[in-house]
Design a protein around this ligand. Sequence first.
Ligand code: GLU
Length: 419
Amino acid sequence: MIYTEGELIVCQNCKTELDNIRKENLLTKDELVLLKHPERIMQVNFPIKKDDGSLEIITGFRVQYSFILGPGKGGIRFHQSVDVDEVSELAFGMTLKTSLVDLPFGGAKGGVRINPENYSQKELEKIARGYVREIFDIVGPHKDIPAPDVNTNPQIMAWMLDEYEKIAGQPSPAFITGKPVEQGGSEGRDKSTAMGGFYILEEEYKDKEKSEITVAVQGFGNAGSVMAELLFDAGYRVVAVSDSSGGLYDAEGLDIPELIKYVHGQEKTKKLITYDKYRRINNEELLSLDVDLLIPAALGGVITLKNAPAVQAKMILELANGPIMPVAEPILVDKGIKIIPGILANSGGVIVSYFEWKQNLSGEHWSLEEVNSKLKEKIVGAYRQVKELAEKEGLTYRRASYKIAIKRIIKKAKEKKII
Ligand code: GLU
């Protein structure tokens, strides 16, 4: 966290992006001031008793960047790199994302600074519950609704919901989304991030022969492996995938269902690098492959000033949040690479979260077909709007997405007489 000229800046990347937008005259000075700061930042430090009997203090954050469009919305990640800057940047991204796809939510994000691999299930449950106890006052079905993000899953959401309901003293399934279906979760939420991105690709490539489209997917977790499978099933040629251990490559295309069975079908998740039927490549090689489509689906900041010049993909779909560093983007744009930004490409997750929240509040349960058809309509609608604006005004998809999102927020702020 830094102070510049008396101004508190918790998120340098948000500020840089907003300053760029301001330079293009898309924002007045007051509007810029309004969006530059998160509305609320909470840091919590709480103890848990570890399995060996020792006590550890766990640090977490919840940043509620904006409530202009409605209650806060955004996931909670468990990761060792979590800090207030990262969570603020992600909360800023959620603010733009919910606006772009026209959901009645503001933007928020949570994070707990741990490496989950170092904790047992019992300890993770204590961490999930402890975190909810600490943030209880500022979250709720009409205040701020969390969800899964990096390294969190339906089981963790179930623990968090249980803890929330214990304190609230009443059933409150709409407090959190991404729950197991048995606990009020929505059909299709587990695959919704990848599914949304896939619908965009189907629209983008609707006139193309799929077997001629080569794809590299970075990240083989919930988003990446599901996306790889959807593409494989639809006939695309997925030539490379990777996880934190490294990647695999085959010019003829990889057998994705086989790899999913190998990595996720075991009692303990396996690493791709131990699979021995394909050529091994490292993550940097994967990012620089000469493919039609590159899908970063893991963490943020993987395409940097240093490796951007080597990227050869024709198009990049950001399934992760913020995989392209803002400073690296101009290099890619100059090379003519089309970029579908994360706030559009990965919005399927929060769209189905919204459906889940709606079902919880109304006591309904929608079928998978209904969820997916509504998701498709919403995300393809947003994609077409972005495409149209980008083509009309000669903007990148990212700029066009920001423009639409910010316009909606400012309009609402004016209606509410906030500015
Ligand atoms: N963590 C996901 C995201 O970054 C989903 C958020 C949500 O469903 O609220 O969009």
